[in-house]
Design a protein around this ligand. Structure first.
Ligand code: AHR
Length: 656
């Protein structure tokens, strides 16, 4: 497709309360007929540990395989070449730190030479920033005699030393030792070295390096720049932890929340199910340390003002993989996990599961109000399991809303069956998933106009426009996809009486370690950028409004591709109009705020557009496609507005 390029200047953010020929297209917003309340959870986020989303991403730990628990216990580690020295490097299991973490490293040096030791490569390198501090910690004990010293070094990709610290006087039982290292240079591919000086034997485990500056500067914390991007979305909820990761290839590697809380050394590592899922994107070093576990999830939700939506395994492994089932009469432990999670989130600090939450520093409850039973399940096996969960959960926790899945497709036999059964089972909310071409999203913006208003509410729990096709590694995060999503989202908002939640998927992707594209936010070890789809999500979530206002768009011709939704923001006394022009022409529209006597103050106009549908943001050009805002003085409740070709526009107009 050939595109006309134009300079993107504020002058082009055209909101013309201008005289001129009357536009043929008319948009009437019935401002005096507020409709459905828009749920505060309307626009949320879905976090899954895919694409190095947790380990190597949001979780700020820089050491990969810190506990030597990968099946290849030295994966990520390398012996430092030292021809002048002699010694051994051995992974052992006797007398470990904890039973959940049975392996550790033994360094034995008989001839130190220039230093005998190992290096950790991090997650595709370690991102260091010049002048920033890094917290090193390790579990260590001395075995046998001598007085070994351990030199902790940060080294650049080219091998130069960027920071150093020495630990000595080790005891003969496991002890936590720490050091603070200041990086002498910026490097995206640095490594950590543990070098023995002198002779002797040291046992080492839980080798950890975190930036001192994490989100809220918490130890064992999250990457501040990534959380900042999440916070700036102002998400109404966070769906966590998946996704297929909830299900596992087999039930043995399903996500089990109880193994993700408490001291990090006691969180049992498992293989990440995205490790070997795609032959075209193998990631053999992808494991789940659960350093970002359920406590951190709840804490993150609280920090960014989002409602938590945990998704739990319902006794079914991924139906795209083994489809293994826990027999229906053996679901009790799965259901108990769900009940216990509610207690972990909401129970008093004195309760069985409230106590570990309090011990982790949060005696107050996390205010959990909803829970997902299963992820992307389908078929009768799902419904019978869902029913068991629902019966038990409703009996003990009628206050918790239950989210049930409608399978992987937004319109097929499985989907229809799911809706029929879940309606009978009176699910509160049904989670629909949709990955399709941009054209699908443009064509289905009216999908919910005719939905049954009396059954369960809708959660559009996973969606993203795919420029090529689902799971193609060639999918692009381009403006064309984002624009189609925006068009579709006007339909979600217009139908806020039935659609109560939605989230784009997946959320995060490491540029060197992804399995699935497109994604909302991309990052490397030092930087991050938001995709055009991110800015679409942000425009909607930060301009949500409280009530839907009816809109009527007329005179758009045969192939409309113009989309609008409107809402009222009560607190600010504003009418919010979202308008998507998915045509290749600028569109002049006569906008009529019907029922409004007058408009006051300045209106805010935000436009998101790009020179071409194929444009993307990158690490080096993070703001190529980003919103621009200006204020204008409205002249009255009727005005003409030019909506730029291929653009999303949000107008906020004060109308008391
Ligand atoms: O978002 C990626 C995957 O797509 C999710 O894990 C799964 O629920 C869906 O199939």
């Amino acid at each position: 497709m050939t595109m006309r390029c134009f300079p993107l200047t504020l002058a082009l953010l055209t909101c013309s309360w201008l005289a001129g020929a009357r536009a043929a297209t008319e948009l009437v917003i019935q401002t005096d007929q507020p409709g459905a309340r828009i749920s505060p959870s309307m626009w949320g986020i879905f976090f899954e540990d895919i694409n190095l989303g947790a380990d190597g991403g949001l979780y700020a730990e820089l050491v990969k395989n810190r506990s030597f628990e990968f099946p290849d216990p030295l994966m990520g580690w390398q012996a430092l070449s030292n021809p002048a020295g002699a010694g051994t490097i051995e992974v052992r299991e006797d007398n470990p730190l904890t039973p959940a973490n049975p392996h550790y490293l033994r360094l034995r040096v008989t001839e130190p030479g220039q230093g005998w030791g190992v290096a950790n490569e991090g997650f595709r390198g370690m991102g260091l920033r010049r002048g920033a501090n890094y917290r090193f910690s390790i579990q260590a004990r001395q075995a046998g005699g001598g007085s070994p010293r351990l030199r902790i070094e940060l080294a650049s990709a080219t091998g130069s030393r960027l920071a150093v610290s020495i630990l000595d006087h080790f005891g003969n039982t496991w002890q936590t030792r720490t050091a603070l290292l200041r990086a002498g240079a910026t490097d995206a591919k640095a490594q950590l070295r543990l070098v023995m000086e002198g002779t002797g034997t040291l046992d080492l485990d839980m080798v950890s390096l975190f930036p001192e500056h994490t989100w809220k500067d918490r130890p064992n914390g999250l990457r501040a720049d990534l959380v900042q991007l999440l916070a700036e979305l102002k998400p109404g909820f966070v769906r966590f932890p998946g996704g297929c990761i909830v299900e596992g290839h087999w039930l043995t590697n399903r996500y089990q929340w109880k193994t993700t809380i408490g001291p990090v050394a006691e969180r049992k590592l498992i293989m990440n199910r995205w490790n070997d899922e795609f032959k075209h994107r193998p990631t053999p070093d992808y494991y789940q340390s659960f350093g970002l576990g359920f406590f951190e999830f709840f804490q993150l939700c609280e920090d960014i003002g989002a409602a938590p939506l945990p998704i739990l395994n319902c006794g079914m492994a991924c139906q795209f993989n083994s489809g293994e089932l826990a027999p229906v009469d053996q679901l009790e432990p799965y259901i108990q996990d769900a009940l216990d999670l509610i207690e972990f989130a909401n129970g008093p600090a004195s309760s069985r599961w409230g106590a570990p939450r309090a011990a982790m520093g949060h005696p107050q409850p996390f205010h959990l109000t909803m829970l997902g039973v299963g992820n992307e399940q389908w078929g009768s096996q799902y419904f019978e399991r869902y029913e068991r969960f629902a019966t038990a959960l409703r009996a003990q926790h009628p206050e918790i809303k239950l989210v049930a899945g409608a399978g992987p497709s937004p319109a097929d036999e499985r989907f229809n069956l799911a809706w029929a059964r879940l309606r009978e089972l009176k699910a509160d909310i049904v989670d629909e998933h949709c990955y399709d071409k941009p054209a699908w999203f443009l064509d289905h913006a009216n999908r919910y106009d005719q939905y049954d208003r009396n059954g369960p509410k809708v959660f559009m729990g996973e969606y993203a426009a795919q420029s090529v096709q689902t799971v193609s590694p060639d999918n692009r995060n381009d403006w064309g996809c984002a624009l189609a999503e925006a068009a579709y989202m006007t339909g979600l908002e217009r139908n806020a009486d039935v659609v109560v939640m939605s989230s784009y998927a997946p959320l995060l992707a490491h540029v060197d370690g992804w399995q699935w594209t497109p994604d909302l936010i991309w990052f490397d070890n030092r930087r991050a950028f938001a995709s055009p789809s991110y800015y679409v999500q942000q425009l909607f979530s930060r301009n949500r409004g409280d009530f839907v206002l009816p809109t009527r768009l007329t005179g758009v011709g045969a192939t409309p591709r113009l989309y609008a939704s409107a809402s009222r923001d009560q607190a600010h006394g504003e009418i919010i109009l979202k308008f998507v022009n998915a045509t290749g022409e600028d569109q002049r529209v006569n906008v009529n705020l019907a029922g409004t006597g007058r408009v006051t103050g300045k209106a805010r106009v935000t436009v998101l557009t790009a020179a071409e549908l194929g444009q993307e943001n990158t690490l080096d050009h993070p703001l190529r496609v980003a919103p621009q805002t200006r204020t204008v003085k409205p002249e009255g409740p009727q005005f003409e507005q030019t909506f730029l070709r291929y653009s999303v526009t949000v107008l906020r107009i004060k109308a008391p």
